[in-house]
Design a protein around this ligand. Structure first.
Ligand SMILES: [Zn+2]
Length: 144
């Protein structure tokens, strides 16, 4: 177990090296000085997805969604609340499959909402269908 974790800033995508014991102390980004964990899912794009998934030393859960998807919108508040419960041991993020189609195609997202858990750049679990906060948290903890 390393004493440091690399955490990708959700605001400027800089890679920060944070002592593991300090993760829960509201650490700030060394580059943009914003709080690294703000209990809010990070919006990813085609440009930031690879770095965010690959460089974070904590697991990243991505909610693949689209603006036209009713169940996705219904799940959004639950996903937001799950972020507050799972940070800073897990990072939650969202990918808009309508605007970021390259990533959606690369991961063969067939139906939305789909949440997928990545560790060290590898997908290790996937779940389709809308979930409530408790079920999201339970699924993530069981999958990590
Ligand atoms: Zn930053």
């Amino acid at each position: 177990m390393s004493d440091y974790k690399h955490i990708v800033c959700p605001h400027c995508v800089a890679v920060n090296r944070i002592p593991t014991t300090r993760l829960a102390d509201k650490p700030q980004c060394g580059k943009c000085h914003k709080v690294l964990f703000a209990a809010h899912p990070t919006e990813l794009t085609n440009n930031t997805f690879g770095k965010f998934i690959g460089r974070n030393d904590i697991p990243v859960v991505v909610d693949f969604w689209a603006p036209w998807c009713g169940p996705c919108k219904a799940m959004a508040p639950a996903f937001e609340q799950a972020a507050a419960q799972l940070e800073p041991t897990v990072r939650l993020a969202k990918l808009n499959t309508e605007t970021e189609q390259g990533i959606a195609a690369q991961f063969r997202i067939q139906s939305i909402p789909t949440i997928a858990l990545f560790r060290n750049g590898q997908e290790i679990a996937r779940q389709s269908g809308a979930l409530g906060t408790a079920d999201i948290v339970r699924w993530v903890r069981a999958s990590c």
